[in-house]
Design a protein around this ligand. Sequence first.
Ligand SMILES: C[S@@+](CC[C@H](N)C(=O)[O-])C[C@H]1O[C@@H](n2cnc3c(N)ncnc32)[C@H](O)[C@@H]1O
Length: 219
Amino acid sequence: MSSPNSRPIFETRPASWWDRNAVPKLIGFCCAQPQIMKARSRIVPKADGDVLELGCGGGINMEFYDPARIRSFSGLDPSPALLDASREAASARGMTADIRGGVGEAMPFDDASFDTILVTFTLCSVDEQAQVLKEMRRVLRPGGKALFLEHGRAPDASVQKWQRRIEPVWKRIGGNCHLTRQITGAYQAAGFRIANADKTYMPKTPRPFGWIEWGEARN
Ligand SMILES: C[S@@+](CC[C@H](N)C(=O)[O-])C[C@H]1O[C@@H](n2cnc3c(N)ncnc32)[C@H](O)[C@@H]1O
């Protein structure tokens, strides 16, 4: 077991009224659009073994898990407003779940604890993306997989220009959600091997918000 004291301490920013009350509703609305739910239905059922969902939010992915493939389920999210909803969603699915408050930059789990980490629309919102990816590699078993589905930096210069313009305001109202972060490239830079990856602009979504990438990142 690694000592928690050997890692830097990361704490959640103090939550403002907006973060506590408006952001969960905004996330619930934006992240439950039909085209996003369809994308979730393609990636979440691949989770198997001992599973961690990082940034589990209000449990929106819960309906897509295949409980028969899951030995244990853990969740981690810093938002107290969302954790109870996540626990209820797990219980409604008949899954025993260990859902904790905490951040991906310093996960309260032992080394090599999980076969799968599911991360959807979360690396856009963390404070230190590279540190989270490092922690993911630590808590994943060798050969384990991160299943990812994220929005981020678009390939087109004209869209990137708008992403850079909008991001400073958007991240303030959208729970620290960034528009310009790399996705697959960030996993590769952290040392993951990428498989079954794909990317596209989501239909019916303004392009600065609509570039998504998904796939499996092997530890
Ligand atoms: C846009 S929401 C997505 C929620 C959910 N994963 C989904 O797919 O709809 C971003 C989530 O990341 C969580 N989050 C923010 N900072 C985080 C951090 N440092 N570590 C882990 N989760 C974080 C937020 O609380 C929120 O639940």
